[in-house]
Design a protein around this ligand. Structure first.
Ligand code: ZN
Ligand code: ZN
Length: 342
């Protein structure tokens, strides 16, 4: 458990009683008292909650005070991001039309070009990653982007659809996929093209068909705003790249493993606390329950792309419009389950 027993002042009897109370501590969510080293105690009401039962799951026990959702100080109200085209264009740094640079030429205000459907070919050995299909209705697409901008503004984040390397943190050179313990799978050429197509679409304002919604219990979560097919690329997990070592006492609840090197001092994580994209708001499932596993509809996979490690979120089954997205959080307690993929 996170909080240590008070020492010194308390008489031995009281201390023993307190210890007993600690031993009887159970998680408010799953009801289990097991794995007590991962059971957080609320500094307000003394009730417990596993870090992996939290939504989103906490990567580690926070160092500062921790309050359960019912005791957490009332956070500031969520302010809606304006549904103004120019503001959205600025926020996401959407590229203007190449011809004349007019905002109106941005494809977010035009209908998505109809793409030729891929021929139906059976891939026996390997299933290819599919590009996401942006919502055709431009007003709805604007609404999707405004929902993300709302969540990001509330969380004091800037939009970045790629990994960021900031001064004082890990340098880009340290992200070498070949250093991954046991090796890392290389993203096949066709899939790389798909990811690139999606990056280009995003730059044009053709975002994945997702809405960020606010849930008083879960906080910001992401739901599908259209039916999404199995194997569809959702987004890359982005944020500032840093050394795990330096983030050991970090309270950011969305730290993601990027590189697991043999040398612990070279391990890298993605920290989307200041910069990132929609992936920051997608919830991890509870790895420990069958129910949690049933909810999972996205796989989180690391790939070697041009020698660097990248974390991709890909649909692992058909997702219905309105369904919330959940991925398998690759916390430190689990080996990365890439062997289940492809
Ligand atoms: Zn629990
Ligand atoms: Zn509490």
């Amino acid at each position: 458990m996170r909080r240590s027993l008070p020492t010194g002042a308390a008489p031995p009897m009281a201390r023993a009683a307190r210890r007993e109370a600690y031993e009887a501590m159970r998680c408010d969510v799953c009801g289990s008292g097991e794995r007590d080293e991962e059971l957080l105690l609320c500094d307000g009401c003394d009730r417990g909650r596993h870090i992996f039962c939290l939504r989103p799951i906490a990567a580690r026990v926070p160092t500062g005070p921790w309050y359960c959702p019912s005791c957490a100080p009332r956070s500031k109200p969520v302010k809606r991001f304006p549904m103004t085209q120019t503001k959205i264009v600025d926020f996401f740094r959407i590229q203007k039309g190449a011809e004349d640079g007019e905002v109106e030429k941005c494809s977010i205000f035009q209908d998505v070009k109809k793409r030729r459907k891929r021929p139906l070919v059976m891939h026996k050995k390997r299933r290819r990653i599919l590009p996401y299909v942006p919502t055709e209705d431009k007003v709805q697409r604007l609404k999707q982007m405004a929902s993300l901008a709302t969540a990001m503004t509330f969380s004091n984040m800037k939009f970045s659809n790629e990994l960021t390397y900031m001064p004082g943190m890990a340098q880009r050179l340290s992200n070498q996929a070949r250093l991954e313990q046991g090796g890392m799978q290389i993203l096949p050429k066709e899939d790389k093209e798909t990811i690139e197509l999606c990056r280009t679409m995003q730059k044009r304002g053709e975002c994945p068909p997702l809405l960020v919604v606010f849930d008083s219990r879960e906080g910001f979560t992401v739901q599908a705003d259209a039916d999404i097919k199995d194997m569809t690329f959702i987004t890359e997990y982005t944020g500032d790249v840093d050394f795990l070592e330096k983030r050991a006492n970090d309270d950011c609840d969305s730290i993601m493993t990027l590189l697991l090197t043999e040398d612990p001092s070279k391990r890298l994580v993605i920290c989307p606390d200041k910069r990132g994209n929609i992936s920051r708001f997608i919830n991890g499932i509870n790895n420990h329950t069958l129910d949690g596993k049933k909810k999972q509809n996205i796989k989180c996979v690391r790939y070697d792309i041009d020698g660097e490690s990248h974390v991709l979120l890909v649909a692992c089954r058909d997702i219905a419009c309105g369904e919330k997205l959940y991925y398998d959080y690759n916390g430190y307690e689990h080996e990365y389950p890439t062997h289940h993929f492809i």
